[in-house]
Structures are given as structure tokens and as C-alpha cells.
Design a protein around this ligand. Structure first.
Ligand code: 13P
Length: 251
């Protein structure tokens, strides 16, 4: 059975006090209302990790980070290592978000190194892939996403591959209010799983593939009902406790 996951990516939002308030609301609502098996993850800014992690102790919600560096330690001013994340209770790390690929020029090769480091530290990468509108309109979206997966993941052993979570986030749907239709999401998720199966065989059947891009309480049910959609990576709607918890309840 593939794990169902709803991860909130807070991005660069919520200073500490606001973050603690949001996390507390989510914890209480999940405790009172969520009866399904879905795993919720809060991917907060670095500055909130330790304190939010303390609040999450004893809850069913896991702590996630939004990035980390590829190196173990050393002279990388301003960067955060996987070991540091682990030391504050982080379990999941988003890698390769399209915003990091675009604004910080993160390449597939650099992301392959980050994937290795995150796995080496016993954490779970949530590896993001997804095409631009231009690529989709040119009809090269499947090839583009496959190449992101090949270049950053296909060096992994089957044992390591089986620890990865994938998030498909079409860039044109992120923060735009324009969601991929459930047919578009299912089509891409199925292509992704087939591509992964070409390399890893049956293990790909166990890989959770999340959808991200303007997912909200109004469309989550339809998206999550798709055969190959195993949950969501949620941006804007994860900043509102009511919306985020309603999305978790959408399975
Ligand atoms: P939105 O849900 O705000 O579109 O963001 C999606 C996303 O980028 C999650 O990582």
C-alpha cells in the first residue's frame, strides 16, 4: 500500500509566532477531525523547525524542511546541512522545488548530490519535478519530467530509491490558482510511475507521487481520487489551518 501524504510547504512565510499559531491549529484539528491514514507533514522555514518540531512531538504530523545543502558541513556560509535538520527532528526534506531551480539555479546534478546527502542522513526527500507552460505547449513535458527524474534519481540503488517521495508540480499551476485537471495530473503521474518502473520495476508501485499546484479544499478530493495521485504538496492553502486540514480529509 502506497503511503498517502499531504505536505504543507510554507515557503518563505510565517515568522515564529505566526508559525507556532498555525502549527498548533493544525495539530488540534488533525487530532479532532482526521480519521484517515494520510500522513501530514509541515515543511516550515528553517527558523521555525525546532519550535514547531517540539509542538509536533506526540502528534501524528511529521516535520519537514524546504531545502538543505549537498555537503555534510564546512565553509558554506548561510547554508544548512542534512545533519542539522535531523538534529532538530526533521524527517522530510523538499528538494528541487521549481522555485529553487529557477531562482537559485539548482541543476539536476546538484540535486542528485542533495538526494544522496539527505538519504545518507536517514531523511526522506520529497523530490519535485514539473514542466513550464511553454514546455507543455510544445509537447515536451513528459520527456522533460522524465529527464529530471533520470538525472537526479536514477543513480540510486533500489533500496535507496524506495525511500523517495516524488512531487509533480507543474510550474504553470504553482501559486496561479490554475490547477492541473485531474485527467492531466493522472496522466503525468502515470507516466512518471511508468518511467520509474522502467528502472526500478515493482518498487515504483510503492512510490508515493504527490500533486502540487493550486491544490485546495475544492479540488483535492477529485485529484486524490486519481489512481496514481497519492496526496499533495500544498503551498498557499497550507498557510490556512482550515484549508490544510480539509485537504488532509479529502482522501
Ligand atoms: P500552491 O499550492 O500555492 O500553488 O504552491 C504549490 C507548491 O509550490 C508547493 O510546493
Amino acid at each position: 500500500m502506497r503511503k498517502k501524504i499531504v505536505a504543507g510547504n510554507w515557503k518563505m512565510n510565517k515568522p515564529l509566532e505566526d508559525g507556532l499559531k498555525l502549527a498548533t491549529e493544525v495539530i488540534n484539528m488533525v487530532k479532532d477531525e482526521v480519521r484517515n491514514e494520510a500522513l501530514a507533514v509541515l515543511c516550515t522555514p528553517f527558523t521555525n523547525l525546532y519550535s514547531v518540531g517540539k509542538l509536533l512531538e506526540g502528534s501524528k504530523i511529521a516535520l519537514g524542511a524546504q531545502n538543505c545543502h549537498s555537503k555534510d558541513s564546512g565553509a558554506y556560509t548561510g547554508e544548512i546541512s542534512a545533519e542539522m535538520l535531523k538534529s532538530v527532528g526533521v524527517k522530510y526534506v523538499i528538494l528541487g522545488h521549481s522555485e529553487r531551480r529557477e531562482y537559485f539555479k539548482e541543476s539536476n546534478q546538484f540535486l542528485a548530490e542533495k538526494v544522496n546527502t539527505v538519504l545518507k542522513n536517514g531523511l526522506t526527500p520529497i523530490f519535485c519535478c514539473g514542466e513550464s507552460l511553454d514546455q507543455r505547449e510544445k509537447g515536451i513535458h513528459f520527456d522533460f519530467v522524465n529527464s529530471q527524474l533520470t538525472e537526479s534519481l536514477f543513480h540510486l540503488s533500489e533500496a535507496d530509491f524506495s525511500k523517495i517521495v516524488i512531487a509533480y508540480e507543474p510550474i504553470w499551476a504553482i501559486g496561479t490558482g490554475k490547477t492541473a485537471s485531474s485527467a492531466q495530473a493522472q496522466e503525468m503521474h502515470e507516466k512518471i510511475r511508468t518511467h520509474l518502473a522502467g528502472k526500478y520495476g515493482k518498487a515504483a508501485q510503492e512510490t508515493s507521487i504527490l500533486y502540487g499546484g493550486s491544490c485546495n479544499p475544492g479540488n483535492a478530493k477529485e485529484l486524490f481520487a486519481c489512481k496514481d495521485v497519492d496526496g499533495g504538496l500544498i503551498g498557499g492553502a497550507s498557510l490556512k489551518s482550515r484549508d490544510f486540514v480539509d485537504i488532509i480529509k479529502s482522501f
